[in-house]
Design a protein around this ligand. Structure first.
Ligand SMILES: [Zn+2]
Length: 279
């Protein structure tokens, strides 16, 4: 059976008895999952020796790792201190991810805070370039995973993320399907919508569809955008079954991370649905 897509939870599985990232990696393997997103959302506190240990274990167990950078990032800010701290958070998350053998860190780029879309874009671009340069100099190989965000007040709509990825080599988009829906950036209701989404990704980013990085869960939202991530089967958009069908039928390859309240359970549900088309 060919498995071109890896599924895994955001953070340590709920079913895991241990509480460390290392425990989480082992638990993912026991659950039959193939990926895990390390959570750095409240700051990076991983020692280099621990990162090396995680890399060894994840390699042995064939778990592919990514991470989520801290939430307190705003690359569009006018405050020097905020920008400096944001760059540091991205640098630290990328470095720890790389040392742990991961390949991408998901980043919510920032907020408009009254700025025009153009000004916010230019500030974010300049600052992404700055941190990309620093990572390159230090030979830290970790993609900057600019993530399409879920709220209208946040910078990082679908088109903004695609444009950033086209203009900066080290950026690889993290596509959060629930955010596409909640922000009103792209409707996802059926197979055809997913086909259109992949057609755009292929047109804009070429072989990204052969190593995509997605986040997937259902979402509750208002006219302002995202309110809550919710579990699969709660009858909110986006629906996961048509996505599994489209990626299997087209042999798209990549990683899908669940950021639901039961991330490991939902990752497993998606994996089982996906496998139906591959057996
Ligand atoms: Zn995120």
């Amino acid at each position: 059976m060919i498995m071109l897509v890896r599924f895994g939870p955001a953070g340590i599985p709920m079913q895991c008895k241990g509480t460390s990232t290392l425990d989480g990696v082992q638990c993912c393997a026991e659950l039959g999952l193939k990926a895990m997103e390390m959570s750095f959302v409240r700051g990076v506190r991983m020692r280099d020796e621990m990162a090396a240990e995680i890399k060894k274990t994840a390699t042995k167990l064939d778990i592919s790792l990514s991470s989520h950078a801290p939430y307190f990032i705003n690359l569009c800010s006018s405050e020097e201190k905020t920008v400096k701290n944001s760059l540091r958070h991205i640098y630290e998350a990328s470095r720890a991810t790389f040392l742990a053998g991961g390949s991408i860190t998901a980043i919510h780029p920032g907020f408009y805070q009254g700025k025009s879309k153009e000004d916010a874009y230019n500030l974010a671009k300049k600052r992404f370039q700055e941190v990309a340069q620093q990572l390159r100099q230090e030979k830290i190989k970790c993609y900057l995973g600019a993530e399409n965000v879920g709220k209208k007040s946040q910078f990082g709509g679908f088109e903004e993320i695609l444009k950033l990825a086209n203009e900066i080599d080290m950026i690889k988009p993290v596509i959060d399907c629930s955010h596409l829906v909640a922000r009103g950036d792209f409707p996802l209701k059926n197979e055809n919508d997913y086909r259109k989404l992949f057609a755009i990704l292929e047109k804009e980013l070429g072989d990204y569809v052969r190593h995509f990085h997605f986040q997937f869960q259902e979402v509750e939202y208002s006219e302002k955008g995202e309110r809550n991530h919710v579990a699969l089967g709660t009858n909110n958009d986006p629906p996961y079954k048509p996505l599994m069908k489209v990626i299997a039928e087209n042999s798209y390859a990549g990683t899908i991370i669940s950021e639901s309240p039961w991330p490991d359970v939902d990752a497993k549900i998606m994996q089982e649905e996906y496998n139906k088309f591959n057996s």
